[in-house]
Ligand binder design. Structure first.
Ligand code: 5GP
Ligand code: ZN
Length: 135
């Protein structure tokens, strides 16, 4: 992808603070970190998000994510870590090249995770049926 910023980072056309790379993946510091040690893991090949990545790169990205998550935890002495992928604009995806956020968490860091729906205006049994029918 010509105009993809993470392809450019993968190709080293633009600089980043790389913490790890191998043939298929790269991990680098987020330019605008949520906490100290916020790392992004990307495939070196362009995929939009979790939905279109092929198995080979998915496996590689997940293995790198686990390896880097362990290293980040020790490096910044994190108490916990959020590891997540935003898929599509409505879910907060701003860069349309698959990336896994590794976000260290610290006791009393004040960050809030998502609020739960207060009212369920759907039937969960129907939801299970719909999901199963798409698998
Ligand atoms: P998203 O919202 O798409 O899940 O996350 C994109 C992330 O990429 C953001 O956390 C943002 O700070 C980071 N980011 C965007 N542009 C750059 C860049 O040029 N370099 C680095 N290192 N991170 C970037
Ligand atoms: Zn890309």
């Amino acid at each position: 992808m010509n105009d993809c910023i993470f392809c450019k980072i993968a190709n080293k056309e633009i600089p980043s603070l790389i913490v790890y790379e191998d043939t298929k993946t790269m991990a680098f510091l987020d330019i605008s970190p949520i906490n100290k040690g916020h790392v992004l893991v990307i495939p070196k090949k362009h995929f939009v998000n979790l939905l279109d990545v092929d198995k080979e790169y998915l496996n590689a990205v997940m293995q790198t994510s686990q390896k880097v998550t362990k290293a980040v935890k020790e490096a910044v002495n994190a108490d916990g870590l959020n590891v997540s992928i935003n898929n599509f604009k409505e879910a907060g995806q701003a860069v349309f090249h698959l990336h896994v956020h590794i976000i260290p968490r610290f006791k009393n860091d004040g960050l809030k995770t998502w609020e739960r729906s207060k009212e369920k205006n759907w039937d969960d049994n129907e939801v299970v049926k719909e999901i199963k029918s798409k698998l």
